[in-house]
Each structure stands twice: as C-alpha cells, then as structure tokens.
Design a protein around this ligand. Structure first.
Ligand SMILES: C[S@@+](CC[C@H](N)C(=O)[O-])C[C@H]1O[C@@H](n2cnc3c(N)ncnc32)[C@H](O)[C@@H]1O
Length: 303
C-alpha cells in the first residue's frame, strides 16, 4: 500500500523528486521489504514510499550528516525546535514561522528581496562561526541551508560553506517538512551510508522483496552534484544494474534522456532491454514551453 499524502523533504533538495514522486511510485512493486536508494539526496522518494526497512546512501557527506542529525531528534522534536529557535534568535534572523520582525520600511524598499536584506549580516556572522569552528555544528549548517541561496549546499575546497544569503527564511513550509520528517521516521528503520554507489550496491546481500530506486545525477543536465558525474560513471552504473538484474533484484531508475536538444544515447540504448515509462509532472503547466525541453523517464527491470 502506498502513502496518500506527498511529503516534502526538509532539505529542500535541488532536483528533488517532490513533484514527480506520485507519478513515479505508481510503477514501484506493491510489496517492498527492504527499500534501497543509492542516490538518496534530500530523501523526497523514501519519505513517500512504504517499506519495512530503508537503506539510504549518498556520496555527499554533508547530506548524510544532515539526515543523521535530523534523525537523532526523531523523539525529541521540541528540543530540536528549541535549539533551532535559539540559533535563529542569536543571529537575529527573521523567523516568519513565529513572528514577522522585518520592518515595514525594508519591505517597502525591497519589495521582493527584503528577507535577503534583513538577514544578510546575521547570515554572514553565522556562516563565519560555522566555518571557523573546529567541530562543525550541524544545527548551524541546517540553518545556513534554510536561509541560504536557493536552499543549496555548496562548499569550497577547504570544506567551507560558501553560499550567500537567500531570500527565504524559516517559514511554515520548513516547519511542516521537519515535523512530517520526524513523524514519518519515528516508525522507519533507516540505515544511512556515505559511499560511492558502486561500492554501496556491491556491499549488499540481496534478499527476496528487496527493491532499489536510483536517481543519479543526469549526464546531460546541470546541477551542483553533477560535478560528481561523468560518462564513465554512467556506464559503470548501468553495468552494475545489469548485474542486479542477473541476480533477480528489482530496480527502477530515473533519468532524463533528452534535454535542450542533447540526447543521452548511452542510457537510451541501454534502456531498450528494460521497460521505459515517460514521467510527466502533474504540476507542470502544459502550456509551458519548458515541458518540450526535456523528457524524464523511469526504467524498470520488472513489469
Ligand atoms: C538527482 S540527486 C537525487 C535527488 C533525490 N532523489 C531527491 O529527491 O532529493 C542525485 C544525488 O546523487 C548523489 N551522487 C552523485 N554521485 C554519486 C555517487 N558516485 N555515488 C552515490 N551518490 C552520488 C548526489 O550527491 C545527489 O544527492
């Protein structure tokens, strides 16, 4: 049985599957014992799939650390919100979920960007404190994510968070996403890993009713995490999936096969031997030209 409501990840991950999950999960097996996601990202998929156990992996250490940090508060939701509130107050950041403290003059002067103006100094101070601390404070990192540019995570070669302030704050959507994350995961048994997909997939002893969902970076689109990806890894992933198929493990993989005139031939040709479904978001306006620019697909090795 599938959950009805669609849950948003509190990491608000770029390129997440929030808008497509309803469409995608209709192709998932009806019974899943162990659910595996080698490219979990923000977690929009596992949060919306019923399984007995979850095995979640991503190569990005910060993403996995944030998930583990949030999960450590599953039974202490009040403590979590107290901690977050105290940091928001310390750095004098706006907190529209609780109260509107942005002065009217600022709102009139910067109609669409007043959060960025109001939070700029506090955000800078928070960023410096986070980056200069020896032991990285994950509550501070989470707040940087929430108030930062496009709610992204980006670090320089010294592992310093290096995005500017965004035009957003801790609002009702953030609270709801966190609250749901805590509630859902209270009953979920989750195993987190931080490995490269190949090492991860090869480390598992497969059993009946295991199911693997994969949402790798897309070779022909652009995203921060595409820096981890190239044609060599793409081919490695596809041959790893062929081996899973030989072992009778069910998998489903998302990808984009054409984007702005580019075609991912390698994936397209590989998918010929499996089942390919075109995925279109219900949320996309059908008169919007962007819909013609790319084709997102789901490929499964089962019917
Ligand atoms: C398209 S995103 C996944 C988004 C996710 N489905 C969601 O809804 O948030 C792809 C993810 O793959 C991860 N990744 C990139 N290369 C990887 C690798 N070699 N092994 C494991 N994970 C990798 C990235 O860090 C990123 O989080």
């Amino acid at each position: 049985m599938k959950k009805e409501k669609i849950n948003r990840s509190p990491l608000f991950y770029v390129g997440d599957k929030y808008k497509l999950i309803k469409e995608i999960r209709q192709y998932f097996p009806s019974t899943i014992n162990r659910f595996f996601e080698p490219f979990v990202g923000g977690g929009s998929v596992f949060l919306n799939v019923d399984a007995n156990k979850y095995f979640l992996n991503d190569i990005d250490r910060h993403v996995i650390e944030l998930h583990k940090f949030l999960c450590s508060y599953i039974n202490r939701e009040n403590d979590f919100f107290e901690l977050i509130s105290s940091i928001i107050k310390k750095y004098n950041l706006s907190f529209s979920f609780k109260e509107d403290i942005v002065p009217n003059e600022l709102k009139l002067k910067y109609k669409k960007t007043y959060y960025a103006h109001f939070n700029r100094n506090g955000f800078k101070e928070l960023k410096n404190d986070y980056n200069n601390a020896k032991d990285k404070n994950l509550a501070k990192l989470y707040i940087l994510l929430i108030y930062g540019f496009n709610r992204m995570l980006r670090f320089n070669s010294l592992d310093e968070y290096n995005l500017p302030v965004g035009n957003v704050d801790f609002n009702k959507n953030v609270y709801n996403a966190l609250h749901n994350y805590f509630i859902i995961n209270k009953h979920n048994e989750i195993n987190w890993s931080n490995l490269d997909f190949k090492e991860y997939i090869n480390s598992i002893k497969w059993k009946k009713d295991d199911f693997v969902y994969l949402d790798p970076p897309y070779l022909i689109t652009f995203s921060e995490y595409n820096k981890y990806w190239n044609i060599h890894l793409e081919k490695e992933l596809l041959s790893t999936l062929d081996k899973l198929n030989d072992k009778n493990v069910n998998f489903a993989i998302s990808n984009v096969v054409n984007y702005k005139g580019k075609i991912n031939d390698v994936f397209f040709n590989w998918a010929e031997k499996y089942n390919k479904y075109t995925i279109t978001s219900n949320y996309i306006n059908y008169h919007d030209n962007s819909i013609k620019n790319f084709t997102e697909v789901l490929v499964t090795n089962y019917k």
